[in-house]
Design a protein around this ligand. Structure first.
Ligand SMILES: Nc1ncnc2c1ncn2[C@@H]1O[C@H](COP(=O)(O)OP(=O)(O)OP(=O)(O)O)[C@@H](O)[C@H]1O
Ligand SMILES: [Mg+2]
Length: 328
């Protein structure tokens, strides 16, 4: 459904030194710097998949999605979405596509959302029956029916986002990009949007790329994630694989019969918690055997559990740059 090959976007920006004299100079001689926002991005997505795109601020997610939406021309590389080259903006592409930018309003600010929806109905030539059925269903699921007649500017952020989503989906697009649809929303609204997105994907078979800085969104919705860093794809695969690949550490919990002090513990630098009857380590995989055998030899051990690092924590480490080179 989506094929992307070596897609690259280089932004050229004009550099101006401060000062009036430099402003005058720059009229005649302009200096530019180049910034690679997307660097040979390559991936494919099959029909009906819901794929998460992760990356720190400025990683190149929105830039990539804008190219795949036809809003930006790439500097080089190829892409097709539903068989169309997005930036050729073919009508059939636009009819079957939608982009939601959580950071930008797409509904008419001064109109009630319901009026914007009517415009979409005309634009996408949605039949009356379909339109009414879809709108009622979506509004009910998102619990927003009573707000469709209120000017969009007066809606709360969460209400507006729900309306944005309805507006973007009324024509039942085959491919949808959701760029931070839950940004700034409270937990309840996030949850409700998340459920709605999952259902829409399941029921309509819509192919969806979702970006979010909330790991809950990604964990709840996406089996597959694409991780971007400085314009490049660093990882593309199962969410669980991301933990395997980027986290060299595991959580080791040893339950013992009596209390121990820090002096009894080898490799105490890995200890993350000492409880009344247990010790928890955040420890490199290579150290696990050593620590467990020490405890088995010296203490009466009741239980040992080894678990993966929480995804959230792994991602945090990746974003902070700590683990990004752990690609071997
Ligand atoms: N029009 C532009 N001109 C110059 N630089 C740009 C332009 N648009 C984006 N960039 C730069 O490209 C980089 C990638 O931006 P992009 O918006 O794709 O990041 P992102 O991964 O979506 O980040 P965020 O999580 O903050 O939304 C950033 O450093 C940004 O400053
Ligand atoms: Mg972005």
């Amino acid at each position: 459904m989506i094929h992307v090959e070596s897609l690259t976007k280089i932004f050229r920006t004009h550099v101006k030194q401060p000062g009036l004299l430099n402003s005058m100079k720059s009229l005649f001689h302009r200096e530019y710097t180049e910034f690679i926002a997307a660097d040979s991005v390559t991936f494919s997505i099959e029909e009906g998949a819901l794929v998460g795109m992760l990356g720190a601020n400025g990683a190149g997610k929105t830039t990539t999605l804008k190219m795949l939406s036809g809003l930006l021309h790439p500097s080089s590389g190829n892409a097709t979405v539903m068989g169309y080259v997005p930036w050729e903006r073919h009508n059939d592409f636009r009819r079957n596509f939608s982009l939601v930018l959580g950071q930008r309003n797409q509904l008419w600010w001064d109109l009630p959302a319901g009026d914007s929806f009517l415009l979409n109905k005309e634009m996408y030539r949605i039949a009356d029956h379909d339109y009414n059925k879809r709108l009622n269903e979506m509004a009910e699921r998102l619990d927003i029916a009573d707000k469709l007649h209120v000017q969009v500017r007066k809606l709360s952020l969460g209400e507006r986002m729900k309306c944005e989503l309805i507006g973007a989906l009324l024509h039942y697009p085959k491919v949808v990009f959701l760029d931070e649809p839950t940004i700034g929303l409270d937990i309840v609204a996030q949850h409700s949007l998340r459920e709605f997105i999952a259902e829409f994907n399941r029921e309509q078979g819509t192919t969806i790329i979702l970006t979010s800085h909330y790991m809950d969104d990604i964990e709840a919705l996406c089996k597959r994630v694409i991780l971007m860093d400085e314009g490049k794809i660093q990882f593309d695969g199962a969410l669980s694989g991301l933990v395997d690949r980027f986290s060299g550490e595991k959580i080791l919990t040893i339950v013992i019969d009596h209390e121990v002090g820090p002096e009894d513990i080898p490799n105490s630098e890995y200890v993350s918690e000492i409880g009344k009857d247990h010790i928890t380590f955040k420890v490199p995989k290579s150290e696990i055997a050593k620590i467990t055998s020490h405890f088995l030899a010296h203490f009466s051990v009741r239980d040992i559990t080894i678990s993966e690092m929480p995804v959230e924590e792994v991602i945090r480490e990746i974003f902070s740059g700590k683990n990004i080179d752990a690609s071997s």
